[in-house]
Each structure stands twice: as structure tokens, then as C-alpha cells.
Write a new protein. Sequence first.
Length: 466
Amino acid sequence: MNKKQKVVLIDDDRDICLLMERFLAKNDFDVRTAENGIKGLRLIRDFKPDLLLTDFKLGDITGAELLQKVKSSDPDLPVIIITGYSDIKVAIEVIKQGAFDYVTKPLFPDEILMTIKKALESGTKERRGTAAILKKAEKASQYVFGNSPASKNLVKQMDLVAPTNFSVIIYGESGAGKEAIAREIHRRSQRANGPFIPMDCGSISKELAGSELFGHEKGSFTGALNQKIGHFELANGGTLFLDEVANLSYDVQASLLRVVQEKKLKRIGGTSEIDLDVRIIVASNERLPDAIRKGKFREDLYYRFNEFTLEVPSLRERKEDIPDFAKIFLNQTNEELGKSVQGFSAEVQMHFKNYPWYGNLRELNNVVKRATLLTEGEFIESAALPFEIVNHARLMFADKPAGQGTEQKEEGEDNKKGDLRMAAYEAEYEMILEVLKKVNFNKSKAAALLNVDRKTLYNKMKKLNM
């Protein structure tokens, strides 16, 4: 017997819900309905439908916002928008954002049934593709954290804390993979079937942080044109990850402490309380006790979060893992670009080992991507690497005071480290790079600031292997 395909219908018109539920049930679908967006999102989370059919105008949330939240947790779920004739232009815009199709009111059952069948067929193909990707990622997961003692210790601690409901603080440098660690803790926890909702506290303004965390009611402040569901509410039953948590303002921290203590939430401008069951994982590249001493972070909030602490080692502290990570990134880039680069030359591997990787895994990933794109042969050579990686030792020498860490060369010996041409080469590279950063890598603006034409700048960048 074939398993019935599941459909969620969200519409604030109860008559439409009742009629559509009966019609779709007669056509062998398992249907659940909700009269607003909040209940609909919870229903989607718990019921795990094969398709979503939703009105564009809901009382508490817009169709566009609902679509964004659904696609963030399940990008392959087919969504059909129900709209009035006058809103077709808006509906088409929403389709560009990921909806499968739209149907207009008044609703015609045969039209809806045909659209649903097409959407389900499309969704099945997408989900098969996603399942294959997830299976492949799961197969490679044993290599994700590396085999160095530092990596093995990290995995051991993750396995220890994941099954609990402890709040976790993750410390680590930028690019070290703090969000990946948080996702892995969630995946290994009893909340794995619930949502994982990340929020970058460093990229959100102080004015918007409270609304993003707690949500708001329509009209609660200037610009609040619709009701908004916050990250806490979206994470209900799952895990909320707050990256760079020390960047939250003191006022928002006070509200956050109240929510964490009471496990209840009021949206900004709201009166009713919402019960919460959320595990919190926070991350910071700054020690929170240091932030407390500077007056940037509340001590009472720190103690609420500090039930378990994880240290993510930098790439410099686990250099044995660099070949494994580089190979993973190479395989991913080969698949993305449709290339078949086999590996890295011995010289490149030496450069990788000697370079300090201040940007950690993110920097290594970017370097491998760029090098793979530039490589025509089977192996990545030094010519495909950025200047600062190939010449790291020379740049380090140039920064040292005279006589420190070196010995005088015998007369007549070729001393490349003191070569004037090399010094000029490095100075020119640094100047161009500094100007490019100032103008957000706009080459026309950089050329104007450097008082050269665009072609000259391109030639110099090519010569400097930028």
C-alpha cells in the first residue's frame, strides 16, 4: 500500500481550509490545516509535509516571510501560494524567491490538484538530490574534525555534551568553524529532529537585535508593518546558536537573561507569553570573562550560558589536519567546478604546513578554491597560491629587527632575503592590496587612487600573482 503524501494548508479562512481538506483527502492526501503562520510553522516542523499550500495574506505573517522561514529549514519543500487576482505581481516575485507556483482565488479544485501533483513530482526530485548530498556528507563526516590529538579531544568533548541539555559556550578564532561545531552538537543531540536556528549577533544592528531574537507585533514600533516571529520562537523544540554573542547590547542582554531564566517569551509590543523549549549554544572569539571586565557583557548572563565550554583549536594548533582538510576542500571544489584536479605538489604541501593560517579553515578553503580554479594540470602548484603564502618566510624576515633570528652571510653568497628587488616587489604588493581593501576591491577606484590606468593595475596584479 502506497504511503499517503502529506500536505499542510495555511489559510485564515476556515471555510477554505475545510473545503480543501475534504477535497484533498478524497484524492488520497494526508492533510493538516492551520489558520495562521505561527501555527503553520509549528505544524510544518512536527508534521513534516511533502508540500505546503499557503495563502499569501495571513493575519500574523506575510507569504514572503513565511516562505523565507520555510526555505531556511527545508529548501526543497515545494510551496504553492494562494493569492487574489490583484496580487499576482507580488506572487510572481515570491516565486522568484523559491515558491513553486501560485493559484488565484476563486479556487478551482482541478487546477489546484494538477499544480499540487506537479509540485510534488518536482519536490521528490529535489529531495532525492539533497538526500544524495547528505549521504555523501555523512560518509565524509569522519574526516571533518581531523585526526590530530587536538581534533580528537574536541570530538570527545562534543560527544560528552551533545546528549545533554546544557548550554554551551564555544570559543575559537574567526574562521575556525564554531558554527559547524554547534550544528554538529545539535545533530548529535536528542533535538536533532528540531530546528537549528543560527544568528550572527555581530552583523545585526543594536536596534534590530531585539526584534530578530524575540520577534515583534504589528505596529509595536515605527516600521513594524507586520508581525515578526523571532529566532527564539523559530528555534522552539530545537537549538538556537548565537554567534559573537558579546556584540549584543546591554539592553538586549537583559531581555535575553529574562527569557533564558523564565523560559517564556513576549514579542516586542506583545502581551501574551509563549512557552519556550530551546537549547542555547553561544560562540565568541573574545573571552566572555574579559568582556565582563570591560563592561561589555553581563556577568549573570555569562553564568547562565557557562554550563559547558568548548575550545575550537586554530589550524595552527592542528597542522597534522591540514592535508585532510585541504583534500576535502579540493574534492568539494572539483565537484562545484566540474574539474578533476588530483592533489597538491610537494612544494604546495610545504607552504601549507609553514603558513600560520590566521583565517583558519575559512582561509584554507578559499585558497584551495582559488588554486583549483587556476590549475589546468593534475596537481596544484605554487604558482596558483597567493603571494603571501608562497613568500611567508620572506615577509616574516622583513618584519624582524636587523640581526634577529639570522646570521651574517659570507661575502659573495646570494642573499635573496636582502634582495632590493624582492623588497620592492613586496612593498608594491602590500600597497596595492591595502588600496584594494580600502575600495572594497573595486579595481577602477583602486587604479585611480594609485594614479595608474586600469590596464596597468591588471598587469601589475598579474605580475605579483594577485
